[in-house]
Design a protein around this ligand. Sequence first.
Ligand SMILES: [Zn+2]
Ligand SMILES: [Zn+2]
Length: 97
Amino acid sequence: MKDLICLRCGTPLRCAGREKLQLGQTGWILGSLPKLLSGALEVDIYICPMCGKLEFYLPAEEFAEESIPQRKCPVCRRSHDFDAPLCPFCKHKYYAR
Ligand SMILES: [Zn+2]
Ligand SMILES: [Zn+2]
């Protein structure tokens, strides 16, 4: 569990558990995130006991997995982390001069 603080009043948020959101019905909450176009999404829900603000967080492990953009190696055509200086599969170097 995270240690989160309400942005409005500074009170520690209380975790209300993990819920599955049906996307499509909840686009107003997370609609701007490109990964959330279809299917169900698991989120951790946090509530501020002082002002009643609700916060939704992607579970940390899922977020870490999806937050790194991928790129396709032009040599071996496998995808890997975008910020890798060389392809982890075939060792193709992107920045070599
Ligand atoms: Zn608050
Ligand atoms: Zn490669």
